[in-house]
Design a protein around this ligand. Sequence first.
Ligand code: ADP
Length: 493
Amino acid sequence: MKKEFRDLLKERGRKELPKVLLASAECAPLSKTGGLADVVGTLPKSLAKLGIDARVITPYHRCIKDKYASQVQHMFYFYVQLGWRREYVGIEKLELDGMTVYLVDNERYFGDKIYRSEYMEELEQYAFFTRAVLDAIPNLDFKPEIVHCNDWHTAMIPMLAKTQYPGGMQSGLKFLLTIHNIAFQGKCSFDTVQDLLGVDSKYYTPEFMELDGCANFLKGGLVFTDRINTVSPSYAEEIKMPYYAEGLQGILNARAGQLSGIINGIDKDVFDPRHEAGLPAHFDKGHRKGKAQCKAALQERLGLEQRPDVPLFAMVTRMTEQKGFDLVACVLDDLMSREDMQFVLLGTGDERFENFMRAAEYRYKGRLCSYIGYSEPLSHLIYAGSDFFLMPSRFEPCGLSQMIAMRYGSLPIVRETGGLRDTVIPYNQYTGEGDGFSFSNYDAWELRDAMRKALDCYRKPEVMEGLIRNAMSKDFGFDRSAEEYAKLYVWML
Ligand code: ADP
């Protein structure tokens, strides 16, 4: 154990590091739709290196069943009451790469989709998961001291534990709630929460879980959890302001003393330009011949003109307004028609953005490719083969893609918000400092100027060399984040 942890434990009057149970809707590599899964799947492994036993509880989605059923061990089962229904809960256990995962099994709620497309069905899915986790905890072969909840899907766990389980669930059990994205809050009528989770009507007030005439899962969690955290220090500040808080600024300002931010990390073994089997060639910051080969392979794969000298911009993303697609839509034609550049997009999401990008591909055949879909292997080739990576987000709690891009020597072009602001140092033409490009306001012309600045640098090999080296030298491994979480856990006890 590191000396600073030993000292911290001594200061807090403890001998051992805390035991933690992470509750989450998704967990990579078992189930994943976005960054939440990456964090929950990586944190326990990094915490284990520090001596912390952190386990995960997550739904037994069909995608997990299909792949891992033979490795899963059945633990026990019970029934929970959800509204008028009595529902089966199976608790299965899976050991995967040194991580212990408890899987909550119920075929009605956890089938093909991690999140049901019908909003009320999704809400019921995670109301069920909340109840199942609460009732499973006392019977697990593991006694957590902290339950670490993530986003609205598990936010009601602290509220129900403190209001419905007399005397508390377990003496001294503490709750941490991490906000990965405040835009999703789990809103519904109070009748629905009362029906599904038996919440007392005295909690349907602005002091507790009411917000704008709705019951709000995330707000309920923020009121009752012991500690609140989010995934970057800048986002922790931003969500106290109305522009970013999506209505929750009141409770977040009231609890500002218990709110902090820890930047996420990435799994350096999964994103590894030096060894990754899926890449056509390998490289590191000192030897980048392999990167040029990856660029050629990417151009070939996506039907782009085979030109090593042309600057290649990329995006790998969910196609939503959050990710700044309206800005991209505004400046893309201007740039593509005036500049010698290529553009690659991998993503799915809002139909209007998908259609815009499909049409753009038609207009700029051979220079622009829109791959509408989800593909892990292609995403790695894009990170490895591109020169610049675009993230002009309206808001970005942390963002993993900019860190991944830097690891592969693709320079990020970002809006200065949330985790993007905390991880990218903008190029300073006077000092030569920096590892990417940024702009401040959510404004299409500012994005265009930042992209033009990047194009300018591309024509100056010595500047590019410095920026790429800076970007590839950064350590975004999860171990650094895990240490911050470990300290936070110890503080909580
Ligand atoms: P968010 O969690 O908001 O979607 P992040 O940047 O935190 O954004 O994480 C996104 C993760 O999902 C990255 O690992 C990125 O490579 C991956 N990703 C996003 N869209 C796709 C896609 N269409 N295909 C493959 N990977 C994707």
